[in-house]
Design a protein around this ligand. Sequence first.
Ligand SMILES: [Zn+2]
Ligand SMILES: [Zn+2]
Length: 166
Amino acid sequence: MRLLAISSGSLIVLGVGVAIAYVAVLAIAVAFNVVRDARRRSHSWIFAIFAFLLAFLPPFLGAIIYMVIRPPRPLDEERAMAAEAQILAAPPVVEKGGRPCPTCGRDIEEDFVMCPYCRTQFARRCTACEHTLRLGWPVCPFCGAEVGGRSLPQPTARAVSPPQIR
Ligand SMILES: [Zn+2]
Ligand SMILES: [Zn+2]
């Protein structure tokens, strides 16, 4: 009778010991996970130590609190998002516009036929298709219309050379 009482008492002690060990191992595993997660989400060691202490303070409640207060995204994800945002924020490369006037140097657009500031004419429009043409072109390369070589004083060397065959 007495033997049985001792053995059942030690069984309880053993059971409680196992339960404590189980909870302790679980708490350590949770704390380990919390610290690893904190390291992934922050460069700050202070934050990692704080997370570690929090994970132990009230055994599992701390881990839940940590889940609430932790930075929302891991650092590598944060970096990827920052890079993406940077690409999206960068202004698109403007192909058109923004060349300087050859005479006064002010910014004019690509399809202007004359400078609005100094009135220098450096191109004209095709009478048929409205494309911008260089002043020396006698024919429109876009629609083939004859536009005449009226506006540029042609160099004499080019005047005597035979018409170019393409
Ligand atoms: Zn100009
Ligand atoms: Zn044309």
